[in-house]
Design a protein around this ligand. Structure first.
Ligand code: B12
Ligand code: SF4
Length: 589
């Protein structure tokens, strides 16, 4: 019917910005290690708009995407392609607080080319959700003519595209009070060429959003809500099939807490069916909470569905800190049972540990890390600063009380001290963070982790690779392992605005030396860890290895040594075992 209409195009350029290192260069790699689910989500939504021809039958919607963590953004090239199409926009995707200054620098360049820019993600959503007025940095974006999108875009993308195409885009789209249902929502997808820029070719999807807990440092509950919204098993199957059709079967399931996804069981059952009946080689990386072992069948079914590794928010082992952060659900006396349950299924465990709770001191942190090494069978421990992230209750409280916080959003990457600590100076806190990586990843403990992995039947290559990356990323490359990639790029001209572009004669020798230093440190670390692994593997006693952390609890009356250390900090209402209080009373007599 519309065959005679002349074709026009509307080109959407999606960019997931990275952020700056301490020298002002974009943190960027030849290959990144984790996929961007925000990018995949928005890509899926734009593709749907293109299929539905939401701008009219005669307008083709074209879409291109890039994750700046693994791809150089070519502003002039993108602007040229939009102009060649005749119309279009730039979408800055999933912008976190730490990425906001970089996003703004990119936006400035696109605005200078006269293009429409729309920005969404957790910084915009978190600030608008929690603060009484638009903060100065979001106002700056508005002053540059950047359109802001707060909330989730499922079901709303067509409206944004139509508004931009008609040159009537709103300054701010705010859907924070209207969360879309996830059942039958469009799902995240990226073309294979983008997925293969991630080492290991991991793709991603969120099987649900929302978390019922109330941790005060968390932004998620204030943006995505506390009610569990979830995809259907049919949709998850469709995501797996669409990816498998392009040769991708590894997934990072980005639910912040998959154990609280109310649909976890039918979803896992469906994945088990795909694996066991249709022989899909599915591998999953899940994020779960520390009580997940109490959910009948959860761990067993996760493993059968292809889960080979989990991320856990252990956060701390001091109950006082956990209570202070409203992380009441973390029950330290169950940590070992929970970790052993995953090991029994040969699943590797990565745990996040937050440094800088109000009662933390260098001495308590050092003590706690030693306790973990000895008593908890966790494989990888990763450290974060307690950070008042915009969108969290902690940030809102400090903001409302006028407590000073670092104004540079680039530092809100959980790798910097962004506000004062009651007991530690900024220098001490910074030193504690650097020491934490050194203290956990000693060669001796790396060997222990390898021995535990071998006796538990956990994939030794995976353990060796993870130990190398998590031990080296912060210490050698100066970036958190979650931002790590292979072969760092530093482009002379992609420097933070306000910092000088260095003369090539100064830049390239500096960069060459920097490269040689980092590469030699990595080679030494890789060589050392390989030798340790070879020694452990050859040891005839490796199959009988046992230590305190691997020892299961033997009876109802047994308590971990470390739980007794913290016995007086565990509130009575916290469901703590009575035996702890009894043990402490007995010791006092
Ligand atoms: C998966 C994930 C990662 C992955 C991938 C990153 C990604 N964004 O995809 C990895 C592991 C790499 C990662 C790393 C980090 N992460 Co992270 N991550 C997440 C997580 C769990 C899910 C992200 C996601 O896919 N959400 C679902 C999508 C659909 O939601 P969305 O991003 O908000 O996008 C929707 C809307 O915002 C909107 N939208 C977004 N962009 C745009 C653009 C336009 C034009 C429009 C119209 C709409 C729109 O539409 C989307 C669809 O509804 C979130 C928590 C969460 N629940 O979101 C934390 C989260 C985003 N991460 C966070 C942080 C702090 C980090 C790190 C800095 C910390 C660290 N060291 O781990 C690093 C940074 C490194 C990096 N390069 O990203 C914080 C950010 C908080 C803040 N205020 O900045 C969050 C919120 C978690 C938290 N701790 O509170 N992360
Ligand atoms: S358990 Fe995780 S997602 Fe849930 S509120 Fe706490 S930090 Fe946020």
């Amino acid at each position: 019917m519309h065959g005679n209409l002349p074709k026009r195009a509307f080109r959407v350029v999606l960019i997931k910005p990275s952020h700056y290192d301490q020298d002002g260069y974009v943190i960027q790699w030849l290959r990144s290690t984790l996929p961007s689910n925000s990018l995949a989500s928005v890509y899926g939504l734009i593709e749907e708009c293109a299929r539905d021809r939401v701008l009219g039958p005669d307008i083709d919607i074209e879409v291109e995407a890039c994750d700046e963590c693994n791809t150089i953004v070519d502003v002039a090239g993108a602007a040229k392609r939009i102009r060649a199409a005749g119309a279009g926009m730039v979408g800055l995707i999933g912008v976190q607080s730490n990425q906001y200054p970089r996003a703004l620098d990119l936006a400035r360049q696109f605005r200078a080319q006269g293009l429409t820019v729309v920005m969404g993600g957790f910084h915009v959503s978190g600030c608008i959700s929690m603060l009484p007025a638009l903060p100065a940095d979001l106002q700056e974006a508005r002053d540059l003519g950047i359109h802001l999108f707060a909330g989730e875009a499922e079901g709303r993308m067509a409206e944004v595209l139509r508004d931009v195409a008609a040159d009537r885009a709103k300054p701010i789209y705010n859907y924070l009070n209207d969360m879309p249902e996830m059942a039958a929502a469009v799902y995240p997808i990226l073309p294979r060429a983008l997925v293969t820029r991630v080492a290991g070719h991991y793709s991603s999807f969120d099987a649900g959003r929302g978390c019922p807990f109330q941790c005060s440092f968390c932004t998620i509950i204030n943006v995505q809500g506390r009610k569990s919204r979830y995809r259907t098993p049919d949709d998850v199957e469709a995501i797996v099939r669409a990816n498998a059709a392009q040769g991708i079967t590894r997934f990072f399931v980005t639910d912040d807490n998959f154990a609280r996804n109310r649909n976890w069981e039918p979803i896992l059952d469906r994945l088990i069916e795909l694996r066991e009946r249709e022989k899909f080689n599915i591998k999953l990386l899940l994020q779960v909470d520390t009580l997940c072992h109490r959910i009948p069948n959860f761990i067993e079914k996760s493993a059968r569905a292809g889960c080979t590794a989990i991320f856990l928010g252990l956060e701390n082992i001091n109950p006082e800190s956990l209570m202070g952060a409203k992380k009441r659900q973390n029950k330290i006396w169950e940590y070992r049972d929970m970790l052993l349950a995953w090991r029994a299924q040969k699943v590797m465990t990565y745990a996040g540990y937050i440094l800088g709770f109000p009662t933390d001191t260098p001495a308590t942190i050092a003590r706690d890390i030693e306790i973990i090494k000895k008593e908890l069978p966790v494989d990888i421990l990763e450290f974060f600063y307690l950070t008042p992230l915009p969108g969290s209750e902690d940030h809102k409280n400090l903001y409302m009380r006028g407590v000073p916080m670092d104004p540079d959003m680039n530092k809100y990457d959980l790798e910097h001290a962004c506000t004062a600590h009651p007991l530690m100076s900024k220098e001490t806190w910074t030193q504690v963070y650097a020491d934490a990586w050194r203290r956990y990843y000693t060669d001796e403990h790396v060997e222990t982790i390898m021995r535990r992995a071998i006796v538990s039947g956990i994939n030794r290559t995976k353990v060796l690779d993870s130990l190398t990356i998590f031990s080296g990323a912060a210490r050698i490359d100066g970036v958190h392992p979650l931002q790590f990639g292979f072969f760092r790029r530093k482009l002379r001209k992609q420097r933070r605005s306000g910092m000088p572009i260095r003369n090539p004669l100064a830049f390239y020798p500096w960069r060459a030396l920097d490269f040689l230093k980092v590469t030699s440190q990595w080679l030494r670390l890789i060589w050392r860890y390989r030798r340790i692994m070879a020694r452990v593997t050859k040891d005839p006693a490796a199959g009988n290895y046992v230590d305190e952390a691997l020892r299961p609890h033997t009876g109802a009356g047994e308590t971990d040594h470390f739980v007794e250390v913290f016995a007086d900090k565990i509130p009575h209402t916290h469901g703590a075992p009575v035996r702890v209080a009894a043990a402490v009373a007995a010791a006092a007599e």
